[in-house]
Design a binder for this molecule. Structure first.
Ligand code: NAD
Ligand code: LMR
Length: 388
């Protein structure tokens, strides 16, 4: 599908992508481009040779095949934190060249243009190409990671599921565009709320893509829970491990203190205040998003971007021995009594080969059972609303 006129303007305004033909290297880092080749505007491909000094300077970055990362809602608040950290290599590694593809709705293309100018002005060595567009087919072309942030945030007094009627439809078209244009093994990661069910919508519309490649974000809840437990126990947050968020990224989510650890010991051995664990702790985590909206007048953005970055980093990095992380993924109905066919947050590990495994065999006591079931019930209700 052709790039729309405005997108062309954006493309020509940013550094044109280059290809080195006759070799295996595709794409050139921006500041190398500038040294060796002056391109006429709107020429997006040329043959160049790299001067040896530039080659040495950027040797590490050129050793890996570029990864294409598509971010939707790229002119929004979360993206304004997220993009610069992706571009700096904080997500996929400081030796991983990336192509950034940025999707926005047409009225926000001017604002997106400003973001692209700022990205350009950072001269990130890893960024080989930036494509900014309002066309999903262009944005998802060859994407390896589809980070679906673009959608409306809730206002004070709303639940996230109240956004389903506004945001849900976005994920129909984007799911289809991903299936038609992205890399066949692409990973789809949904941040836009209600993220679990939006992810399910995308999955149902992305015909042919493996279900296990779809994820929704509960890392922000995991990090919030870790932070609360660390503060209560008076330990650094790094001491808190094995933190599962079960269920929905909503006010029914269950931050599972019964299987979490502090300095390798069960949380319940370190924090004896069970009333706090069962009451204030859970409520604080469940209501943290609302508390931030109340205080800031806008939903979490920098912390959400950080959590998005951490999720992808966790999904591409082998998980530390004995630990796990939280992400919502497709439930096949075979574990922990979670219903089949929902996108449910579960304890997850990334294996050495890059595959993902749900941690099996964690004890679920009656208290946890009730909380997990309540969140799954909400996910089933949301599913019924969108899939009938
Ligand atoms: P924002 O309003 O600042 O930005 C959203 C951007 O998405 C806007 O620029 C908008 O133009 C764009 N957009 C809307 N529809 C689009 C479409 N169809 N295609 C491409 N872009 C589109 O909002 P934000 O603060 O960046 O938050 C984005 C979403 O993330 C919200 O739904 C919010 O509730 C959610 N969120 C989720 C979590 C989580 O933990 N899962 C955390 C924080 C925020
Ligand atoms: C959050 O948890 O901060 C986000 O999901 C935004 C919200 O609506 O609470």
């Amino acid at each position: 599908m052709p790039v729309r006129p405005f997108s062309k303007r954006l493309l020509s305004a940013s550094q044109p992508p280059l290809q080195i033909r006759g070799g295996s290297i595709i794409g050139v880092i921006q500041n190398v481009n500038r040294k060796v080749c002056e391109l006429p505007k709107k020429v997006r491909t040329c043959e160049i040779s790299i001067d040896p000094t530039a080659q040495k300077e950027h040797n590490t970055a050129r050793m890996k095949t570029p990864v294409t990362v598509t971010v939707t809602g790229a002119a929004g608040n979360i993206a304004y934190s997220l993009l610069f950290r992706i571009a700096a290599g904080n997500m996929l590694g400081e030796d991983q060249p990336i192509v950034l593809k940025l999707l926005e709705i047409t009225p926000c293309l001017d604002k997106l243009h400003g973001v692209v100018m700022e990205l350009d002005d950072c001269a990130f060595p890893l960024v080989q190409e930036i494509v900014a567009t309002d066309d999903p087919a262009v944005a998802f072309k060859d994407a390896n990671w589809c980070m679906l942030v673009g959608s409306v945030p809730r206002k004070a007094g709303m639940e996230r599921k109240d956004l389903l009627s506004i945001n849900g439809k976005v994920f129909i078209g984007q799911g289809k565009a991903i299936a038609e244009n992205a890399a066949p093994d692409c990973k789809v990661f949904v941040v836009g709320n209600p993220c679990n069910t939006n992810c399910l919508i995308a999955l149902h519309n992305a015909t042919g893509l493996p279900k296990q490649n779809f994820f929704a974000m509960t890392m922000l809840d995991e990090l919030r829970a870790k932070s609360q437990l660390a503060a209560k126990a008076g330990v650094p947050v790094s001491a808190v491990t094995n933190m599962t968020i079960w269920g929905n990224h909503s006010s029914t989510q269950y931050p599972d203190f019964t299987n979490a650890k502090i300095n390798g010991k069960p949380v319940t051995e370190v924090i004896s205040d069970t009333d706090w664990l069962k009451g204030e702790f859970i409520k604080t985590v469940q209501q943290r998003g609302a508390a931030i909206i109340q205080a800031r007048g806008a939903s979490s953005a920098a912390s959400a971007a950080n959590a998005a970055l951490m999720t992808v980093k966790n999904l591409v990095t082998p998980t530390a021995q004995g630990d796990w992380f939280s992400v919502a993924s497709y439930s096949d109905g075979t574990r922990y009594g979670l219903p089949e066919g929902i996108i449910c947050s579960q304890p997850t590990r990334t294996n050495a080969d890059g595959s993902h495994t749900i941690v099996e065999g964690l004890p679920i006591d009656d208290f946890s059972r009730g909380k997990i079931d309540a969140s799954c019930k909400e996910l089933l209700e949301e599913r019924a609303e969108v899939l009938g």
